[in-house]
Design a protein around this ligand. Structure first.
Ligand SMILES: [Mg+2]
Length: 176
């Protein structure tokens, strides 16, 4: 099946965090707190998806207060932190929203994402993902994790749904 056809069916976009929404770097402070940076382009992409009526969610193995704040700001509807079995969380989200797997997209970077990537209707990898991830996903971004890969993945989906012109126009209005 062609990628545009797969992407045209997506109603929810799920994302990994470290190495996908971030470049994978962690700044470990002396008090044990971990700092990481997020990309504004990816954040805007998430807002664009919402404007198109597509829900978003995060499944990550780590836990951080800053991610909770960022997810709230971006109105990400599903935030799952400290998850070891991502596939199980995918099933929970799928059941909660009554969505077939064909209607869910996921983007990740490492082996912990593999099962989820193999399950969803449209799967994406960042350009610096593990080789096994890149070779088994439908879409490989030209950008690295934390450098706009998520934005490109979302825009591909919006483009496939022919929502891009409308959404882009609304986004301009929204940010003025
Ligand atoms: Mg990762």
């Amino acid at each position: 099946m062609k990628n545009h056809l797969r992407a045209s069916q997506i109603k929810m976009i799920l994302m990994d965090v470290d190495g996908t929404l971030t470049d994978g770097n962690l700044w470990v402070m002396s008090n044990g707190e971990e700092l990481k940076s997020y990309n504004v382009k990816d954040g805007a992409g998430i807002l664009l998806a919402h404007l198109a009526g597509i829900k978003t969610g995060i499944i990550t193995g780590k836990t951080s207060k800053s991610l909770q704040i960022r997810a709230q700001r971006l109105k990400i509807s599903e935030l799952h932190q400290g998850i070891l079995d991502k596939k199980r969380t995918l099933t929970e989200i799928q059941q909660k929203h009554s969505l077939n797997l064909e209607k869910i997209a996921y983007i990740g970077d490492d082996l912990g994402d593999r099962e989820v990537l193999q399950s969803v209707g449209f799967s994406g990898a960042v350009s610096d993902a593990h080789p096994l991830i890149k070779e088994s996903t439908h879409f490989v971004s030209q950008f690295q994790g934390g450098k706009g890969a998520v934005r490109e993945f979302i825009e591909f989906i919006l483009d496939s749904q022919e929502k891009w012109p409308t959404v882009e126009a609304n986004f301009k209005k929204l940010t003025l």
